[in-house]
Design a protein around this ligand. Structure first.
Ligand code: ZN
Length: 130
């Protein structure tokens, strides 16, 4: 699960490191923390690099989702969010007629037209002005 924070560097202590007495000996239990770098935190990556169990990862994810910051400075970058981003991406507005039906190019682009159509329109304008 990917998380985003408006704070670039923030650490959420999910479970503090603790010392438990087990069988008469102090045993340190690993703490769980979600460390954001550049506003990003990926629980799957953290699980791999920090050797978390599935349970550890889920504990962290649940903690962040339930956190008071969630919906404010903290948000989940789930698959849906990525899909929404893709939908709002600009597409080429060029229209052309194929077999009597007008079709739109619809190629993803940064301006109003894809590089191919942008070049075509520039050419047409130049020809018209001559
Ligand atoms: Zn195009």
């Amino acid at each position: 699960m990917k998380f985003h924070s408006t704070f670039s560097e923030i650490t959420y202590i999910v479970r503090p490191q603790d010392i438990e007495i087990k069988a008469g000996r102090p045993t340190t239990t690993k703490g769980l923390r979600a460390e954001f770098h550049k506003g990003r935190f990926n629980s799957e990556s953290a699980q791999k690099s920090l050797g978390w169990t599935e349970e550890d990862r889920e504990t962290v994810e649940k903690y962040l989702v339930a956190h008071v910051d969630h919906g404010k400075s903290l948000s989940v970058m789930d698959i849906k969010a990525i899909a929404d981003e893709a939908e709002t991406q600009q597409v080429c507005l060029a229209m052309y007629v194929v077999a009597g039906e007008s079709q739109s190019c619809g190629r993803p682009c940064t301006g109003d037209f894809c590089p191919e159509h942008a070049a075509e329109f520039v050419e047409e304008e130049e020809t018209a002005s001559v």
